[in-house]
Design a protein around this ligand. Structure first.
Ligand code: SF4
Ligand code: SF4
Length: 217
């Protein structure tokens, strides 16, 4: 089997938000919609504190609450782990937006652009009317992954088959790959270093893994 996931090395992330920018370019998301966000957090107890940047977005959960509450089956989970939304079936009820514990979903009802009424060339090229009034979120750049697989490329290795945020990361903090393949880039990182996932206690099985300490013993 295949299970696509992202590994985010928090020791490498510098909070530059290049991933956020790359995602917004790739998807031309409107103002207020960020499929890939980077949280700026302080951890520890004074005076032993540390500033940490945490990339977040749809976790493509193993047991996605967003799918379970969807009354129309618009939200689905593929065999390779991707959680998708069928925009033609979604009725925009917003149940999934409430159910998602990671605040990964958005709904936009009318066209809005970065510079008010004037759409940029990129926004025009990527404008998709189907996204109005329905749920939307990070897709793990499913189109790129599927394109890559159809053309013999390895997602997470070949840039054409890899999510835009991962390609753009200046400090190589983000890695995309198949955690079901023990020889993949992500599996090697998870085997070598300690990791955690966000709100694992909820049983959602999120598929963004975070590396905290990557110093070799
Ligand atoms: S992070 Fe939220 S939107 Fe993404 S699969 Fe999990 S519950 Fe659904
Ligand atoms: S907004 Fe769309 S995807 Fe979300 S629960 Fe309603 S029908 Fe399903």
């Amino acid at each position: 089997m295949t299970k696509w996931a992202i590994v985010a090395d928090l020791g490498r992330c510098v909070g530059c938000q290049t991933c956020t920018t790359a995602c917004r370019h790739a998807n031309a998301t409107p103002p207020g919609v960020q499929y890939r966000k980077v949280l700026d957090m302080e951890v520890g107890t004074f005076p032993d504190v540390r500033r940490v940047f945490v990339p977040v977005g749809c976790m493509h959960c193993d047991e996605p609450p967003c799918r379970d509450v969807c009354p129309t089956t618009a939200t689905k989970k593929r065999a390779d782990g991707m959680v998708t939304i069928d925009y033609d079936i979604c009725i925009g009820c917003g149940y999934c937006i409430v159910a998602c514990p990671y605040q990964a979903r958005y709904k936009v009802s009318k066209p809005t652009f970065a510079f008010k009424d004037q759409a940029t060339q990129n926004e025009l090229a990527r404008y998709d009317e189907r996204l109005l009034g329905v749920a939307q979120k990070c897709t793990f750049c499913v189109d790129r992954v599927d394109y890559g697989l159809a053309n013999g490329l390895t997602p997470g290795v070949a840039p054409e088959a890899t999510p835009a945020c991962v390609n753009a990361c200046l400090s190589k903090a983000l890695t995309f790959g198949d955690t079901d393949n023990p020889d993949s880039n992500v599996s090697k990182l998870l085997k070598r270093y300690k990791s955690f996932r966000m709100h694992e206690e909820l049983g959602t099985g999120p598929n963004i893994h975070y590396l905290w300490e990557t110093e070799d013993e």
